[in-house]
Design a protein around this ligand. Structure first.
Ligand code: F6R
Length: 624
């Protein structure tokens, strides 16, 4: 939520900041802004341009302006405190107009800080919590100058920020630019992501790797309560006492193409089409030559997983649906009871957890505040936490006892597609891994199930071949104002996911229901011609589902069924059938989600929606 970019050491700072903002816009698009230190060396000045609305408004505002400068910071906003207006757009500037701040997160003690500043006579220009930070850092910088104190790192700005963040409650990723130190950017983080980029004679920072990958693959994740001083000559990381320390440094292994559209009209469509490859990457090398499955990171004591007697899965949104699919596989293969919980609820409950409870936290970004807090809640009660995430070095990955990476590559479309599919694949791998540890399956049964997972890649290509048909169908259905998605068993999370995908990018009302629940209320919503989308692939409950389809059809619904190819009965039960390859019923969701992603995509396109950046949403939810 909110994207931050910063660079020092490039003569074209304005262009690289704008380019960086374009790559980060999916993190928030209520407003965008940038600040540069411009002008002659003898008399540098701070230049700030910011606009409400999408990045295009900022680009327009900047066009034609001479904005030279070698250091700059930029921000793309998902509004929390203060409406999405020009005034509330970041960067925010100190009273002397010489220092600018961009921020991702929420300062929770903003009321107290605001009162203090107002009482001291500071005039506030916005309603944001961020502006307070600009005033506080400037005041600390002035106090340091007044005291004639040498800063610990040689940067007074760094010391001023250090002093300021000690007073902040809440979460922040902050970057500060000050005319007094024209080629320095100072950054700090607590609870919101910030990645540093090392490069020859240039230093970078961004909220995520997508913002840096065009320039460098040598990245360092800034950790909580660390502060970084960026100058063209390099980056120095310290703790809040000014002691030198290090973040988590590594080389990114995906390239810039992965974050570009490559000829597709939208990132979402590109990412849907990347799913066969993403599935293969997620499985690559998991099964060793010894026939044993392994995690990517494993910090659990030997035998710990063998003693697990209960699993909780915690996640939000689409990741929660992936956890729901995973439940069927974990119960069936590893014979463990599984509860799947919405992280924002779980974190405030008092669940019964102990060292024998495994908590599986699923998060594409690994930065979702509620999921991280739910995992922390579990750890507080000594329950081991295993993360399924797409982002190496993310907060969730670092704070877990074991990690399975989904290896889906960057996902830029706000609607999760390939990361959902790979999360489901990862939960299946986890189920088999737990079965291996608990010896609930024989090694050959594990090998066989793993081979079935690997075989899904080419089958996904077959499913994608239905794209034109689904586009046609979507066009036909896009006039409806209410969609129902129904299913049973492992198909149910796919129905819920299909509904979520449709509502988030088309803004149409869509709901998913267990088919067996229809008669208990929801069937009252059915009227003539209303679309009901059913996940009706082969399973031990398919016959029950066919009866449910007959019931909704008898009441006028237009039924679209995802069914196993060659199913003779489905044509009598549905108006439109999309045939899917025949696979194990626990793996069928991995194929079935694809037509629903395509349906949502094409309905949204038919309605002229902004598919990659749907209204009110942002990619990474770093606030509660
Ligand atoms: C929907 C979507 C969201 C995310 C949710 C959790 O398409 O993307 O519902 O799934 O915000 O995000 P992560 O997985 O990053 O924790």
């Amino acid at each position: 939520m909110c994207g931050i970019i910063g660079c020092t050491g490039r003569d074209d700072a304005v262009d690289v900041v704008l380019h960086g903002l374009a790559t980060l816009e999916y993190r928030g698009y209520d407003s965008a802004g940038l600040a540069l230190v411009s002008g002659p060396q003898a008399a540098p000045e701070l230049r700030v341009v910011k606009r409400a609305g999408k990045l295009a408004s900022l680009q327009q505002a900047v066009e034609g302006q001479a904005l030279p400068g070698r250091s700059g910071i930029g921000h793309t906003r998902w509004a929390t405190h203060g409406a999405p207006t020009d005034r509330n757009a970041h960067p925010h500037v100190s009273g002397d107009g010489r220092l600018a701040v961009v921020h991702n997160g929420i300062i929770e003690n903003h009321e107290a800080l605001r009162s203090e500043l107002v009482a001291a006579g500071v005039e506030l220009a916005s309603e944001t919590d961020t502006e307070l930070v600009a005033h506080l850092v400037a005041a600390e910088r002035d106090a340091l100058a007044g005291d004639g104190q040498a800063a610990t790192t040689g940067s007074a700005l760094a010391e001023a920020l250090r002093r300021t963040v000690r007073r902040l409650e809440g979460q922040y990723a902050l970057a500060v630019l000050d005319v007094h130190e024209p080629e320095t950017i100072v950054a700090a983080r607590y609870g919101a992501p910030l990645i540093l980029g090392h490069d020859d004679d240039v230093s970078w920072l961004a909220s995520d790797i997508a913002g840096l990958i065009a320039h460098t693959r040598d990245v360092e994740v800034l950790l909580d309560r660390q502060l970084a001083v960026l100058t063209p000559g390099g980056i120095a990381v310290t703790d809040l006492d000014g002691e030198p320390t290090e973040g988590l440094r590594y080389k990114v292994d995906w390239d810039v193409d992965a974050a570009e559209k490559q000829g597709y009209p939208h990132f979402m469509l590109k990412e849907i089409y990347e799913q066969p490859q993403a599935l293969t990457d997620t499985l690559l090398g998991r099964l060793g030559e010894d026939g044993l499955l392994s995690l990517d990171e494993q910090r659990l004591a030997e035998g710990e997983l063998r003693r697990i007697d209960k699993v909780y899965v915690v996640a939000c949104g689409t990741s929660y649906h992936a956890g729901m699919v995973g439940r069927y596989a974990i119960e069936h293969w590893a014979r463990l009871g599984v509860e799947v919980e919405i992280a924002s609820e779980f974190r405030y409950r008092d669940p019964i957890l102990n060292p024998h409870t495994l908590v599986v936290a699923i998060s594409q970004s690994g930065e979702t505040t509620d999921t991280i807090a739910a995992a922390a809640h579990a750890r507080d009660q000594r329950a081991p936490v295993l993360a399924i995430t797409n982002v190496v070095g993310s907060t969730l990955a670092r704070q877990s006892d074991g990690v399975l990476y989904t290896r889906a590559g960057p996902e830029i479309g706000v609607a999760a597609t390939k990361t959902f599919l790979t999360q489901v694949v990862a939960t299946a791998v986890l189920a088999l891994f737990l079965a291996q540890e608990r010896r609930t399956l024989l090694p050959e049964e594990i090998g066989d199930a793993f081979a079935r997972l690997e075989a899904l890649g080419p089958l996904l290509e077959q499913v994608l071949a239905h794209d034109d048909r689904i586009a046609e169908l979507a066009h036909h259905l896009s006039g409806a104002d209410y969609f129902m998605f129904i299913a049973r068993h492992a198909g149910l999370p796919i129905a819920l996911e299909g509904a979520l995908k449709l509502k988030e990018i088309s803004y149409l009302h869509a709901e998913g229901f267990p088919a067996g629940e229809m008669k208990h209320g929801p069937i009252a919503l059915i009227d003539d011609g209303g679309p009901v989308i059913a996940v009706a692939t082969r399973s031990h409950v398919r016959a029950k589902l066919l009866s449910n389809l007959a019931e909704v059809r008898a009441r006028g619904a237009v039924v679209v069924a995802l069914a196993t190819e060659g199913d003779p009965e489905i044509h009598a039960a549905a108006d439109h059938v999309i045939g899917l390859p025949d696979v194990h019923e626990l793996l069928a969701p991995i194929l079935a989600v694809v037509p629903l992603q395509l349906l949502a995509y094409h309905v949204a396109v038919a309605l002229g929606r902004d598919v990659d950046q749907p209204r009110n949403l942002a990619k990474t939810v770093t606030v509660e």
